[in-house]
Design a protein around this ligand. Structure first.
Ligand SMILES: Nc1ncnc2c1ncn2[C@@H]1O[C@H](COP(=O)(O)OP(=O)(O)OP(=O)(O)O)[C@@H](O)[C@H]1O
Ligand SMILES: [Mg+2]
Length: 156
C-alpha cells in the first residue's frame, strides 16, 4: 500500500475549480515534483494535503488513515512556503526550533534535533545560528525555510 494517497480530489473556490479529480499514490521515501503553468493548482494541491485548505470532494490518506478532515497540526505534514514565511524577529536557531517548541517537546530533544539538522547545513557555526534571518537574501532564505521544516522529523 502506498504511503500517501490522493483520491478523486477536488478543490473549488466558488464557481472556480482549482483541483479537478486528482489521483496519485506516493511511496514512503519517494521524492516527487509537481510542475505546471502558473495557476494550474500546484500550491492548492500542497495546501490541501497539508490541511491549510479543505477539500471540496475526495480524500487524502497517509498510511491508509483518512486524514481529509484532520486538523493540519495532526497530519504529520510539513510545508515550506513559496514566500518562506520565516519569523524575522527570531534567530536562525529559534526559527528552526519553533515548531518543536509549539509541540511542547523537551528542551534537550529540541537542542539535539536542531543541532543535527544544523550540522548537515551551512549553519554550522554559532554566529550564524544566533543571527536573525533578515535581511536574508533569497539564497539563504529558502535553505533556512527548508531546514526549519526538518527538525520536526515529519514524514511528508
Ligand atoms: N484563495 C483562493 N480563492 C480563489 N481562488 C484561488 C485561491 N487560491 C488559488 N485560487 C485559484 O486557484 C487556481 C490555482 O492556484 P494555485 O495558487 O494553486 O496555482 P499554482 O500552480 O500554485 O501557481 P503558481 O505557479 O503561480 O504558484 C488559480 O486559478 C488561482 O487563481
Ligand atoms: Mg504556487
Amino acid at each position: 500500500m502506498s504511503y500517501l494517497q490522493v483520491k478523486n480530489l477536488y478543490k473549488k473556490y466558488g464557481e472556480h475549480t482549482a483541483l479537478k479529480d486528482i489521483n496519485f499514490d506516493i511511496e514512503r521515501g519517494e521524492f516527487v515534483v509537481f510542475v505546471g503553468p502558473s495557476g494550474c493548482g500546484k500550491s492548492t494541491l500542497l495546501r490541501t494535503i497539508a490541511g491549510l485548505e479543505s477539500s471540496s470532494e475526495g480524500g487524502i490518506h497517509i498510511e491508509q488513515q483518512d486524514i481529509t478532515e484532520l486538523h493540519p497540526s495532526k497530519r504529520d505534514v510539513a510545508m515550506v512556503f513559496q514566500s518562506y514565511a520565516l519569523y524575522p524577529h527570531m534567530t536562525v536557531e529559534r526559527n528552526m526550533s519553533f515548531a518543536l517548541k509549539l509541540a511542547g517537546r523537551p528542551e534537550q530533544e529540541i537542542k539535539d534535533k536542531v543541532g543535527r539538522v544544523a550540522k548537515r547545513s551551512s549553519w554550522k557555526n554559532t554566529s550564524t545560528a544566533s543571527r536573525k534571518p533578515f535581511p536574508a537574501d533569497s539564497a539563504s532564505g529558502l535553505p533556512l525555510a527548508v531546514h526549519r521544516a526538518k527538525p520536526q522529523g515529519i514524514p511528508v
